[in-house]
Design a protein around this ligand. Structure first.
Ligand code: B12
Ligand code: SF4
Length: 450
């Protein structure tokens, strides 16, 4: 038996192959390959930089689907199903909106693959067919020490950083976040010894813990950080800003080799932060002055993440957010237009208020373009929001801004290694940001996915 695993891209440039130069290893496909019994042959194709060989012999196709890649995933599935190859889908989008996904595949997994993948393989081997739905608990996360098959990533030109995970989910429930829906506001941490064993099996010095919030359970995080110290690795992750309230946690984090984290600052307006239920950011709010000072003292290179388009936000406020980020000299920043992901509290609110554009399904709409507003904001128009965010990205990524932001002695200029990280990734992220802007989902000239 042969299983073909596929990571779809967001879209394509007309008919040509779109090459994502900042692509990272698709960890979920490595995990699924690791769960697959050794007698089953596994192939992996990544639509972000390679052609999918639809006519190669295979028995089953497994596609990972995010909301942004759903349209392209359906196109790929259609090609295989026309060739009578069954398709199974899993990932965030199927779990968020199974009724839609079901129409485009033969079978799907809700939750994590770990709980059901061996049953799927055995059903297929015995019956040559699958149940329409397999339900698994989300958050099990490689329990039992499954090691992702990283050999499948070789030669595909991924960034030289190993993706791994310690915890899954997050206890907070920010109203726009797909994570809190997928994991039902729960957090799960893997046993530290299994994570350490996995890290020791790979040779790279740089690691990316893809956790949604690596400090979601501070005591568990401390256990991990203590165990990382002797490994002498360098790592990045994502974490909520309340990490800074725990001095012991931060000192261990730095000692264990942390270079910096993606931190969801979201907004500098306390009304918007309250409205979106960004609980970790609201306590003793002083416009992040304390947190920016502490992050610098710890020498962490922060990737500040903002969501733009909240109810109280005007174009002038978007500019204020940019100025704050520039003054803070963050190493990287993401200015994401607020996106109503299916089944989130934000989606339901905008739906009730009749503010969703693109028939309420921007991810499927043939006219929707990446990084465009998909709902009617309250304090500006949808076009103004799209344009404001585009301008902010232009200024943030300008050569002058990159040079000025570098001049931060405790973070970006701290060591030669930090400077190299800064100068390698800022130009790369800049290039990718503008390459993807305005991209249609799926094949640009494909108006129908059915
Ligand atoms: C690392 C990461 C990135 C990396 C890229 C990673 C890569 N390999 O290329 C970067 C930073 C570049 C990135 C970019 C973006 N990301 Co991202 N990313 C993540 C993150 C944090 C981890 C992904 C991961 O490796 N997880 C570990 C694996 C093991 O878990 P998993 O994917 O959930 O897979 C398990 C199950 O879902 C299931 N499963 C998954 N697929 C399949 C398939 C089959 C067949 C089966 C059976 C089971 C199955 O089993 C797996 C094993 O347990 C996730 C959040 C998360 N917790 O996963 C967000 C996440 C996937 N990203 C998200 C988004 C929005 C984006 C962006 C669009 C952001 C933006 N505006 O630019 C971009 C573009 C994404 C794209 N497709 O091009 C959202 C997607 C939301 C949604 N509803 O789809 C998430 C969920 C974050 C969030 N807070 O909402 N991302
Ligand atoms: S803190 Fe981050 S991961 Fe947790 S619910 Fe909020 S946005 Fe999602």
């Amino acid at each position: 038996m042969k299983v073909t695993l596929i990571k779809p891209n967001i879209g394509r440039m007309e008919h040509s192959l779109y090459v994502d130069e900042g692509r990272m290893e698709p960890l979920q496909l490595g995990v699924i390959a690791g769960l697959t019994p050794p007698h089953v042959e596994v192939a992996l194709y990544d639509d972000r930089m390679e052609q999918i060989p639809y006519d190669d012999k295979t028995d089953l196709v497994a596609i990972t689907v995010e909301t942004f890649t759903a349209r392209r995933a359906y196109e790929i599935a259609k090609e295989f199903r026309e060739r009578k190859i069954p398709v199974i889908m899993g990932g965030f989008h199927p779990t968020l909106i199974p009724q839609e996904v079901q129409e485009h595949c033969d079978s799907m997994v809700l939750g994590d693959a770990e709980g059901v993948w061996s049953e799927i393989i055995s059903d297929f081997e015995k019956e040559k067919k699958l149940k329409p739905i397999y339900k698994s608990r989300p958050g099990i996360g490689q329990l039992g020490g499954y090691i992702p098959r990283r050999d499948l990533f070789r030669g595909k030109g991924y960034l030289p950083i190993t993706l791994t995970q310690f915890g899954r989910g997050c206890r907070y429930s920010c109203n726009f976040c797909a994570i809190s829906v997928f994991f039902e506001k729960n957090y799960f941490a893997r046993p530290v010894n299994e994570v350490v064993a996995e890290i020791e099996k790979q040779k790279r010095r740089y690691l990316f813990f893809v956790d949604d919030n690596i400090v979601a359970h501070k005591e568990e995080a401390k256990k991990l950080f203590r165990a990382l110290i002797p490994l002498k690795k360098k790592w990045v992750s994502q974490g909520s800003i309340d990490m800074l309230e725990d001095e012991e946690l931060m000192e261990l984090m730095v000692k264990s080799g942390c270079l910096g984290n993606v931190i969801g600052l979201e907004s500098i307006n306390p009304y918007d932060l309250r409205e979106m239920k960004k609980t970790p950011n609201i306590k003793k709010f002083d416009h992040y002055a304390t947190q920016v000072r502490l992050l610098r003292n710890y020498g962490l290179q922060t990737w500040a993440a903002f969501t733009i388009g909240h109810d109280w936000e005007t174009p002038a406020d978007v500019e204020k957010t940019l100025n704050f980020a520039l003054e803070s000299k963050f190493t990287f920043a993401a200015y994401n237009i607020l996106m109503p992901y299916p089944n989130t509290a934000l989606y339901k609110k905008l739906e009730e208020e009749n503010r969703l554009l693109y028939d309420g399904k921007w991810w499927l709409h043939p006219e929707y373009r990446f990084n465009h507003a998909s709902f009617k904001p309250k304090s500006m128009s949808a076009d103004q929001l799209t344009e404001a965010v585009y301008q902010v990205r232009k200024i943030w990524n300008s050569n002058l801004s990159i040079l000025k932001r570098f001049m931060e002695p405790r973070t970006n200029m701290r060591t030669l290694e930090r400077a190299l990280i800064y100068w390698t990734y800022n130009p790369l992220f800049k290039k990718e940001t503008f390459k993807k802007h305005g991209m249609y989902f799926g094949l640009a000239n494909n108006k129908s996915i059915n």
